[in-house]
Write a protein that binds this ligand. Structure first.
Ligand SMILES: Nc1ncnc2c1ncn2[C@@H]1O[C@H](COP(=O)(O)OP(=O)(O)O)[C@@H](O)[C@H]1O
Ligand SMILES: [Mg+2]
Length: 351
């Protein structure tokens, strides 16, 4: 069997650029190099596409940028090609499959998936629709509401309404008690997310969130535990067991996610069997409802006072570092990272 050419896209123009470089390094290290010739294509924060021809250890901290060469995927479906521009001229590589190891905007939101659909190149993970609705917290809510799964009560706010922020605050105060969570609708890594305990903090949180997106979601604060579940597959997705996030800060903000070593993940936390069953069922139900493919991590709260399951968000390209919840949850089910990467690539080809 001849080797397949696989392009791994990483970096990207989102606030999760750094974490994507680490995810890609883990994915590439765990690929079957007898089966695939890997072309790691990094996208700089400015949006420049570069083929990295050095070692995978150069992926973190953008060490890959130096020495990389200009390269990009053609949208032309008759070519299915990666164009590479070295000093001695341009060359083309035929691409069999793409692994978009991109998190956040311009990667997890359907934009790259759109390019790959145009090019008709098989790719790992969710398509355009699932990617974009899952990235947008307001639209995810609309879909999950149909399933009757509980979510935090929320108030949507758009850019136009923000011209009269006093009215926005009045509308929110009518609906929700403090504290509230203020989030840009399209965000990841907690960027732009704040917890407002008072009117003053709500004003500040709204002004801050609107810098990241044209839509904001303001939510009631759920007091409880943060539980996540991994989903793998296409039309018959499988749910892992669950894992708990124990945040080092007041909530799981950007710093506690990536900088604070005090945050912990706990696999198979102590929870009633019935609750775990619900979490797993809801995860695959939500994955199907958004038309998911390949993989996703579905995040919930288990409310302290009632023990009820409350859906928070779905991530269609979850963190994939060796300490990320997604691969760890599958390892717990007996699927090594190597096997997981291979299965994900296979799901790009199968229904
Ligand atoms: N309604 C809420 N109640 C309690 N905590 C919340 C709520 N919404 C968000 N959080 C906290 O903020 C973190 C980031 O919010 P999240 O919606 O997951 O955004 P992101 O997409 O950036 O991860 C969560 O992991 C959680 O700790
Ligand atoms: Mg989150």
């Amino acid at each position: 069997m001849s080797k397949k050419n696989i392009v791994v896209l990483f970096g990207g123009q989102s606030s999760e650029h750094e974490i994507s470089c680490i995810s890609a390094a883990t994915i590439i290290k765990n690929m079957d190099h007898d089966k695939y010739t890997v072309y790691p294509v990094g996208i700089t924060k400015e949006g420049n596409w570069r083929l990295h021809e050095g070692t995978v250890d150069d992926l973190p901290e953008d060490k890959w940028v130096k020495g990389s060469v200009k390269a990009f995927l053609s949208p032309d479906a008759t070519e299915k090609a990666l164009y590479v521009f070295r000093e001695d001229g341009m060359s083309k590589v035929t691409v069999d499959v793409v692994f978009p190891a991109l998190h956040g905007l311009y990667g997890e939101d359907g934009s790259v998936q759109g390019l790959l659909e145009l090019a008709q190149i098989p790719y790992v993970g969710c398509g355009i629709l699932a990617s974009s609705v899952s990235m947008d917290k307001l639209y995810t809510k609309i879909i999950v509401e149909k399933l009757g799964i509980r979510q935090a009560k929320h108030v949507p706010v758009n850019q136009k309404e923000m011209e009269n922020i006093k009215d926005v605050v009045a509308k929110i105060e009518k609906e929700l008690p403090y504290p509230v969570f203020v989030k840009p609708s399209n965000t990841g890594s907690s960027k732009g997310v704040t917890k407002a305990h008072s009117r003053g903090e709500l004003f500040d949180g709204l002004e801050f969130a609107i810098k990241f997106d044209t839509k904001i979601v303001v939510e009631e604060a759920i007091v409880g535990r943060e539980i996540e579940c991994a989903v793998l597959g296409n039309y018959h997705p499988r749910a892992s067991n669950v894992g708990e996030i124990i945040a080092a800060a007041e909530f799981y903000d950007y710093d506690s996610k990536y900088n604070d070593k005090g945050s912990e993940t706990l696999i198979n936390p102590d929870l009633p069997k019935e609750t775990v069953k619900k979490l797993r069922e809801y995860s695959t139900d939500i994955f199907r409802a958004v038309d998911g493919r390949g993989l996703a991590r579905v995040d919930f709260f288990v409310e302290e006072a009632t023990g009820e399951v409350v859906f928070n968000e779905i991530n269609t390209l979850p963190g994939f570092t060796s300490i990320s919840m997604y691969p760890i949850l599958w390892e717990d089910k007996g699927i090594s990272i190597k096997e997981l990467v291979e299965r994900l690539i296979q799901f790009a080809y199968t229904k």
